[in-house]
Design a protein. Structure first.
Length: 251
């Protein structure tokens, strides 16, 4: 009889522990983490997603990729996002000022490069060619990090560009260059590495601009502990190794 009572007591204790655990903040099997990330992170975050889910089978990562500024606006309008990764600090700072994110961490660096179609029909050799009116030249829109940084780079080189199109994000710009619709554009080094149909032309260090990538968990994240787990993975040695393999510099 005592053994039966002891067994019942143990079962009740286990049930109580499970009840407490299920009510505690965290994630359970099938938890979903929505990550809003800059378009220039498309390929590397795809690889990080796969590695993370393999290491954390109970969490499903959903990537929402686009221009950093557009993703920032979605968050400020109340989009249910868990993690935000920007291609610049300016957009992240606006979320910090709004009290929308926790403490950001810099997880990667990038640099700019000129992208041209594979056969370089315009004979582009450097930033000075962006002033040529006979070429079809594109940049990312000014409100997008790659557009802002591209204009900074041109200004450092003293070039007044003849811009034919402002694209919403770096992937849209790359697509037009690869298709031969544009003679040249300014993108990130990592995008040239990942893209097909384009080649890169280096920008001298004195005219180049470093892109800084911060990441943070949203204050109102639907799955905060799972989100923290994802950010920790990005900042881990394995995360840094993946970033490096795609051409990103890691802190």
């Amino acid at each position: 009889m005592r053994s039966l009572r002891s067994l019942v007591a143990r079962l009740l204790a286990i049930a109580a522990i499970w009840a407490i655990a299920s009510c505690a903040p965290g994630y359970q099997e099938g938890a979903q983490v929505l990550v809003s990330a800059a378009a220039s992170l498309t390929d590397v975050f795809g690889a990080i997603e796969a590695a993370f889910e393999e290491a954390n089978p109970g969490i499903d990562v959903v990537l929402d990729l686009g221009p950093s500024s557009g993703l920032r606006e979605q968050i400020l309008e109340g989009a249910p996002v868990d993690v935000y990764a920007s291609a610049d600090e300016a957009n992240m700072d606006q979320l910090v000022d709004a009290g929308a994110v926790g403490l950001p961490q810099v997880f990667a660096y990038n640099q700019l490069q000129i992208a041209v179609p594979r056969d370089n029909p315009g004979g582009v050799t450097g930033l000075a060619d962006f002033a040529r009116e006979d070429l079809l030249v594109g940049l990312c829109a000014e409100v997008v990090p790659c557009g802002d940084l591209g204009r900074q780079s041109l200004a450092k080189a003293g070039v007044a560009p003849s811009i034919d199109t402002d694209e919403p994000d770096v992937r849209s710009l790359l697509t037009k260059i690869a298709a031969g619709e544009l003679d040249a554009g300014i993108v990130y080094v990592t995008d040239v590495i990942a893209a097909e149909g384009v080649v890169g032309i280096d920008i001298p260090s004195e005219h180049n601009v470093v892109a800084v990538y911060p990441i943070a968990v949203l204050v109102d994240a639907p799955n905060p502990r799972a989100a923290e787990t994802f950010v920790s993975f990005v900042m881990s040695e394995e995360g840094k190794s993946i970033l490096s393999s795609f051409g990103f510099g890691a802190p």
